[in-house]
Ligand binder design. Structure first.
Ligand SMILES: [Zn+2]
Length: 289
């Protein structure tokens, strides 16, 4: 018997994704910087706040389309009015998330299924709110992943619970550059890596672009992108692209002895065994060595 682990498109062992919240004007500079470095991100938007701020703070729909959607980044739900699920009555939060999803889909002509929890999300549960219930009703709204916060770590693992997707770090974490260096030097396909350590790695950064502006830290964003961008062995993807690719991987069908694999999906899927890296095309059945 052998271990089997996901590999990203092209057989790569590592992926990078970003997630930034609130749809503020500073997202324009953020999106531009990511695009320049070939990094892909997810922008979590409050549909009720689009272009509706007398401080000229939130992006208009035209700006979101031009700078985010047309640049190849993802837009995701962040609550129409930014309600924290753990602090809200279910009926209020259901309304806030469903309205946001419906409005983003209508405005941008996309199917929108991702989200980031607004405010304290599922971290602070009051008034008998429960994570299990929140997860259930968000999934009933057709949302398939939700980013949480507050658990920065250097494990670089894909989530085991997509509705509580813990990022690697907030960009303000004082160890963020150290985490990046560790991620970049980590090679899950390295000759000396023990078989059970060959699981895929993900570096997932989150934050708010206005923090770069308010803290005069745009040079930190530049430094992060310069270091993280442009690596041949890294797949740069939005949150949803990662989710959908992992679903395709999970849909692979194996024979009982593990010697045959069938790919019933429409994506070419990559994985590795102890021995080597394979790719299996849509509708292909493959014999493994
Ligand atoms: Zn927010």
């Amino acid at each position: 018997m052998q271990y089997r682990f996901l590999r990203y498109p092209g057989g790569k062992g590592k992926a990078v994704t970003f997630s930034y919240d609130d749809g503020c004007r500073t997202d324009i500079r953020l999106a531009k910087t990511l695009t320049e470095h070939g990094i892909r991100g997810t922008f979590n938007i409050n549909s009720g706040l689009i272009g509706k701020d007398d401080r000229d703070w939130h992006l208009t729909a035209r700006e979101i389309r031009e700078h985010i959607v047309d640049a190849g980044h993802e837009i995701a739900v962040h609550g129409k009015m930014h309600m924290a699920p753990g602090l809200s009555r279910p009926v209020d939060c259901i309304q806030d998330m469903l309205s946001c999803r419906l409005e983003l889909e209508k405005t941008f002509g996309k199917i929108v299924r991702g989200m980031a929890y607004p405010d304290s999300g599922i971290i602070n549960l009051q008034n008998e709110a429960s994570y299990d219930n929140i997860r259930r009703y968000l999934q009933d709204l057709g949302l398939v992943y939700a980013r949480t916060l507050g658990g920065d770590n250097e494990k670089f693992r894909l989530p085991s619970d997509w509705m509580a997707w813990m990022p690697t770090a907030h960009h303000g974490n004082s160890r963020v550059m150290e985490y990046i260096d560790k991620f970049l030097s980590d090679d899950p396909d390295g000759e000396k890596v023990y078989y059970s350590h060959r699981y895929p790695r993900l570096f997932y950064l989150w934050g708010h672009s206005f923090e770069f502006e308010n803290n005069k830290q745009w040079d930190l964003l530049d430094a992060i992108c310069e270091r993280l961008g442009g690596h041949e062995d890294v797949w740069y993807a939005t949150n949803m692209e990662i989710y959908e690719y992992v679903q395709a991987y999970n849909a692979l069908v194996f024979s009982a002895d593990g010697q045959k694999v069938y790919n019933p999906t429409l994506k070419t899927v990559w994985f590795r065994t102890d021995a080597k890296i394979y790719s299996v095309a849509p509708d292909q059945t493959l014999d493994l060595d």
